[in-house]
Design a binder for this molecule. Structure first.
Ligand code: FAD
Length: 471
């Protein structure tokens, strides 16, 4: 290998490997360094892909058990092979890992396995178990991602029972009683998986609502739906202590922050899902003077350039929405910028969020509260899914589309939805907001029948004229 590179990317997550591919496509001599043998970072190994594999498997089981009979599908006997479900998940992860490795080869990217540490600017040491190798770079992208935040716990032994999302995705048994601390996206997705498989799930959230950074209407509706399905949700509770009992169970002591009421919840596992912190260990940032903020995120300017001119940072390690597609877009942006193109800066307000509960939740643009805080007058188009023919035909009648548009200009400012296929449906809203469409524009587009996307057209007409065809 010629070890002087135009670009060295550290980290093979969705930010890192995507930026390496794009840079190589545009003619930069590129290397990628990853400390694990398996490529793909958090997303492929312990995040998006394994969680979605288990979400789909558990959904099929839950539907077979609870909903198929209403379609006239009767099973004599239904059983669950959890080991096989996990094995399938592992195989999907492995195949996806191999896919990324193949893409590195196909795009002539030199792959180094080992821990990357900056020795000085333009030189990185790569340490694997046996050797240390130095490579040189003109430009570098740091894409080292994040790790789960844990609560400070005195007894380390407890950790076998007090787990993070990483362990929750590789359990060898289904918890009987699972306590989840944190009602954000990851907490709710893992709650859904284990609830569907038979665990008794309790979610404890400190804020006064779950998914607190999404529109309040989504929080209210999904909480109602999840509680109806049997998940217990406790908001406004602060964790006071977590104790491992002699029975090998976990006792979680909480206090209501509004009225001081104290409660205790007992489970056989406790999942801590309270966020993720940037991962910069071993990078040797201090050797080259790269600055971080108080929480440890690498500081970057609008061009995603760190405090050292030729070193960029992208993805979870710089904070913001910790999502794979945000990391990817940042990776594409920096690669194109370094190759001399003039890419558009990412509009962070238009990074969609998706929650894979059943039904799914998705969101883009401003929330209603944000619009109110800006003092903008707005219209709301609110259309319930249950009115659609396809909702009745499929049996997925829960949820709604809420469209918010500017009262004077009719420009769509935000779209928030719950319903079957909301994870894919949000893309129509993304296109609309990127092109600054009005709600009238969307209403006048022909939408196929019968589909869930008709709810988007109806919400647009409601937002535009306060009228709907089917309501
Ligand atoms: P990462 O994917 O974290 O990759 C960083 C890589 O850098 C790692 O492979 C690490 O080993 C490597 N590395 C670190 N330090 C070094 C070093 N010094 N030398 C060499 N290599 C190093 N996002 C979504 O958009 N959709 C989802 O559905 C979704 N689901 C999720 C579910 C769970 C349970 C979790 C935990 C996360 C989920 N996410 C999801 C978030 C998503 O996984 C992250 O936002 C994304 O992986 C961030 O990408 P990244 O490239 O910044 O970093």
């Amino acid at each position: 290998m010629n070890n002087l590179y135009d670009l060295v990317v550290i980290g093979s997550g969705p930010g890192g490997y995507v930026s390496a591919i794009r840079a190589s496509q545009l003619g930069l001599h590129t290397a990628l360094i990853e400390k694990y043998q398996d490529l793909g970072g958090t997303c492929l190994n312990v995040g998006c892909i394994p969680s979605k594999s288990l979400l789909y498997s558990s959904k099929y089981f839950f539907f077979a058990k609870n909903h198929h009979h209403s379609h006239g599908i009767i099973y004599d006997k239904l059983s669950l092979d959890f080991e096989k479900m996990m094995k399938r998940k592992n195989e999907i992860v492995k195949k996806t890992n191999e896919g990324v490795k193949y893409l590195m080869k196909k795009n002539n990217i030199d792959l180094y396995n080992g821990i990357a540490t900056f020795k000085k600017n333009h030189v990185i040491s790569i340490t694997d178990r046996k050797t240390i190798e130095d490579i040189q770079f003109k430009y570098c992208i740091i894409a080292t991602g994040s790790k789960p935040i844990s609560l400070p716990l005195s007894n380390f032994e407890k950790r076998k029972k007090i787990i993070s999302s990483t362990e929750a995705l590789s359990m060898d048994e289904i918890p009987k009683k699972l306590i989840i601390i944190g009602g954000g996206i990851i907490g709710l997705e893992l709650a859904s998986i284990y609830h569907r498989l038979g665990s008794q799930v309790t979610i404890i959230e400190t804020m006064d609502r779950i998914i607190s950074n999404m529109d309040h209407s989504l929080s209210q509706e999904i909480q109602k739906i999840l509680e109806k399905s049997g998940i217990q949700i406790k908001t406004s509770f602060i964790i006071q202590d977590i104790v491992l009992l002699e029975t090998n169970e976990i006792s979680v002591y909480v206090k209501n922050k509004n009225n001081g009421k104290k409660m205790k919840y007992i489970g056989d596992y406790c999942l801590i899902s309270i966020g993720r912190s940037p991962y910069t260990e071993n990078l040797g940032l201090e050797h080259i003077g790269i600055q971080k903020d108080q929480k440890g995120f690498i500081l970057v300017n609008d061009f995603l350039q760190s405090s050292v001119e030729n070193i960029y940072a992208i993805g979870d390690v710089i904070g913001g929405k910790m999502l794979a597609h945000k990391a990817e877009e940042e990776g594409l942006y920096v690669a194109e910028h370094l190759a001399g193109q003039k890419p558009n800066k990412l509009n962070y307000n238009l990074v969609p969020s998706v929650l894979y509960t059943n039904p799914e939740v998705s969101s883009i643009g401003f929330t209603e509260k944000e619009i109110q805080n800006k003092g903008i007058e707005y219209n709301i188009g609110f259309f319930p899914m249950r009115i659609l023919g396809i909702a009745r035909a499929s049996g997925s009648t829960e949820g709604f589309v809420k469209m918010l548009s500017h009262k004077k200009t009719d420009e769509i400012l935000g779209v928030h939805m719950i319903g079957d296929h909301a994870s894919d449906m949000i893309m129509e809203a993304s296109v609309a907001l990127e092109f600054r469409a009005s709600s009238e524009d969307i209403y006048r587009i022909c939408h196929p029948h019968p589909t869930f996307s008709e709810s988007f057209k109806e919400a647009a007409l409601l937002s535009f004229e306060n009228k709907a065809i089917h309501m």
